[in-house]
Design a protein around this ligand. Structure first.
Ligand code: SF4
Ligand code: SF4
Ligand code: SF4
Length: 321
């Protein structure tokens, strides 16, 4: 097991209706947030007209060769700790890894059902949803969806409740448990500060195979469908992320079903928050709102205690000197 990046959460049991326990919990949290009057999805606002200026990334999985240049570039651009194994060590592919505080993106290897000699590779990172469940679930609005496409977060606001982790349909937000005061959220930022300077995200700039194309999301969707139309034998007729959970900024093309790459295959086309409306009307408010309130209070108190503990340790340290 690579000690830099934790393995993905174990596959959860499907219920009889085909809804995973994780999905049910995530809908409960989103419902709780809605009941609290916390952020509504952008599309629920009458003035919402999509994100016309937003950027995206088209990941052509048929072109990814698993070189991990994107991992290395992300590591350097974000000043993350050096991994235990070098970036050219293929041994990391023996385990499934997952993004973490030390690696905002990781590349995994998957068996190829049509050609055993040529395995499949997928780079995993935040997909920067158009209507992010993480932002809706966060009780203190630590997340922001920018007009440029990135879903960013304010680590100073984060108090470690981890609702966003449960709400994310792609299991992306990671926690930095080694932070001196308290755990904080960590994930890919879509290199939003580089994009603001008209630079490519570091991973896209480093990819040597053309697997990562950065651009306006609307242009990328046209490009993706053109590729499918011109190469119907190479690609399956589906742009993953064009519509999943209301659409994502990172989208994927593939020659085999997306589940083969570990991407969830049964996601709804609507943003997750919209699915909570019926649920909200049938579940007593005590089961949705109260846990959210108690969670916020507990986390806020816990954060305060930890800060006090840290301050008194610093005072004692000063007195000893
Ligand atoms: S992939 Fe997960 S963490 Fe990223 S924006 Fe979507 S819900 Fe949030
Ligand atoms: S966009 Fe930036 S932060 Fe996100 S995976 Fe690429 S290099 Fe890392
Ligand atoms: S740099 Fe490009 S080809 Fe290499 S692993 Fe990353 S996405 Fe795949």
């Amino acid at each position: 097991m690579n000690d830099d990046t934790p393995a993905p959460p174990p596959q959860e049991q499907n219920t009889r209706r085909g809804i995973t326990r994780r999905r049910l919990l995530s809908l409960s949290l989103l419902a709780g947030s809605a009941a609290l009057g916390l952020p509504r999805p952008a599309s629920a606002r009458p003035e919402f007209s999509g994100w016309p200026k937003s950027y995206g990334m088209l990941v052509d999985l048929t072109l990814c060769v698993g070189c991990r240049s994107c991992e290395q570039a992300c590591n350097e651009a974000n000043h993350l700790p050096k991994p235990a194994k070098p970036f050219d060590d293929d041994g990391v592919f023996n385990e499934k890894r997952w993004p973490s505080a030390k690696a905002y993106t990781v590349v995994n290897r998957y068996p190829n059902p049509t050609n055993k000699e040529h395995p499949l590779f997928r780079k995993i990172q935040c997909n920067h949803c158009l209507e992010p469940a993480c932002a809706t679930a966060c009780p203190i609005k630590a997340y922001t969806k920018t007009e440029q496409g990135a879903v960013i977060y304010n680590e100073d606001l984060c108090f470690g409740c981890r609702y966003c982790v449960i709400a994310c349909p792609f299991n992306i937000p990671g926690y930095d448990y080694e932070s001196p005061l308290e755990a904080k959220i960590v994930k890919c930022t879509f290199c939003n500060t580089r994009i603001a300077k008209n630079e490519l995200p570091a991973c896209a700039a480093a990819c040597p195979s053309g697997a990562l194309t950065f651009g306006k999301r609307t242009d990328l969707i046209k490009m993706a469908h053109k590729r499918i139309m011109e190469n119907p034998k190479k690609y399956i007729d589906h742009v993953y992320g064009e519509r999943e959970v209301g659409g994502t900024s990172w989208m994927y093309l593939s020659g085999v079903p997306f589940e083969q790459y570990g991407l969830p295959g049964n996601l709804p086309k609507k943003p997750l928050i919209e699915l909570t409306e019926g649920y909200l009307s049938s579940v007593p408010v005590i089961f949705t709102t109260f846990p959210a309130i108690f969670g916020m209070l507990y986390a806020a108190l816990h954060k305060k205690e930890k800060k006090n503990e840290h301050s008194s340790r610093e005072v004692n340290h000063e007195q000893e000197r």
